[in-house]
Design a protein around this ligand. Structure first.
Ligand code: 3PG
Length: 306
């Protein structure tokens, strides 16, 4: 079988070596397409592949249709909003993610961004500390839980909102669950977003929620830009001169935000959340192992297009 790794933003070298070993030791062939710049390159590469490993690369209907033998696609990472699940299902392609494998990298970055913005983006002037501030975790999944764990070390008060997670589980981890999303935003000096981008969440964080943040509140986005209602974010930042927005995924109107709000906003030049050697190795190797197991036993754990 041919396993294609197609990454516009390549994995760390050690991750590629590890993926290669797993694939070749199982008797398969690794195909590598890195730093491609056009969809056509991906269409051509996927044509002959039986399995595909990607990061945030778009696996559109066109990509799925360009493949002639594809049986499985694994998004090495958590969010699978880049996969056209309907197209995969239609063509009988199993789609998977590798949940939890890169969460620590994202959680560390969320804390790092909070420190960065609290210290005026490292420009001279008096900043503030995380200690004793309240952090609100919006969605208590793999990343949210780790952010909470790290925040404990900074002696922050930790609250969380996640209607899909049992409150007793949240409490057991020393985190206070709140019962409404509004309450979460009203109480959070730092609001850390960990919701996926899907039909329910896209554009769901807008003016109403953002302006509920207390004085000096900061919205921290290491999730997806699509969950933010950008025109409403702009309005909120204009009206509330105390609010800050830091994001790992630049907004479409980021240049306007930067020009208008200076050190009250910050965006990474390119998404950095899972950009560590450790995260690449964990997620990349997990993806390769999931593919081999699927080929050998038909195992579909982590399938997301059921
Ligand atoms: C994820 O959903 O796993 C993260 O956003 C990582 O994305 P990346 O592989 O593009 O860095």
């Amino acid at each position: 079988m041919k396993v294609l790794v197609a990454t516009e933003k390549p994995f760390a070298k050690a991750a590629v070596q590890g993926i290669r070993s797993i694939v070749e030791n199982a008797g398969h062939t690794l195909l590598l397409l890195e730093k491609y710049t056009t969809s056509e390159e991906l269409y051509a590469a996927v044509k002959d592949a039986d399995a595909l490993i990607v990061r945030s690369d778009k696996v559109s209907k066109e990509v799925v249709e360009a493949s002639e033998k594809l049986k499985i696609v694994v998004r090495a990472g958590a969010g699978y909003d880049n996969l056209d699940l309907a197209a995969c299902t239609e063509k009988g392609v199993v789609a998977m993610n590798t949940p939890g494998q890169n969460s620590n990298a994202v959680a560390e970055l969320a804390i790092g961004m909070m420190i960065y913005v609290s210290r005026n983006c490292f420009t001279p002037g008096t900043g503030s500390e995380l200690k004793d501030k309240t952090i609100g975790i919006h969605a208590y999944g793999n990343v949210g839980r780790l952010v909470a764990k790290l925040a404990k070390g900074f002696e922050m008060n930790i609250i969380a909102f996640d209607p899909f997670v049992d409150v007793d589980k949240v409490k057991k981890e020393g985190v206070t669950p709140v019962s409404t999303i509004e309450e979460l935003y009203e109480k959070s000096d730092f609001l850390s977003l960990h919701i996926p981008a899907n039909a329910q969440t896209k554009g769901s964080v807008g003016y109403d929620l953002i302006t509920r943040l207390p004085k000096g509140g900061c919205l921290v986005n290491t999730a997806r830009k699509e969950v933010i209602n950008e025109p409403e974010l702009l309005k909120a930042l204009e009206e509330r001169c105390d609010i800050k927005y830091v994001t790992d995924i630049a907004a479409d109107n980021q240049q306007i935000l930067n020009e208008k709000f200076g050190n009250r906003v910050f965006a990474s030049p390119k998404k950095m959340g899972a950009e560590t050697a450790e995260a690449n190795i964990n997620a990349g190797l997990a993806a390769a192992n999931q593919i081999i197991k699927f080929f050998e036993t038909g195992d579909k754990t982590f399938q997301v297009n059921k």
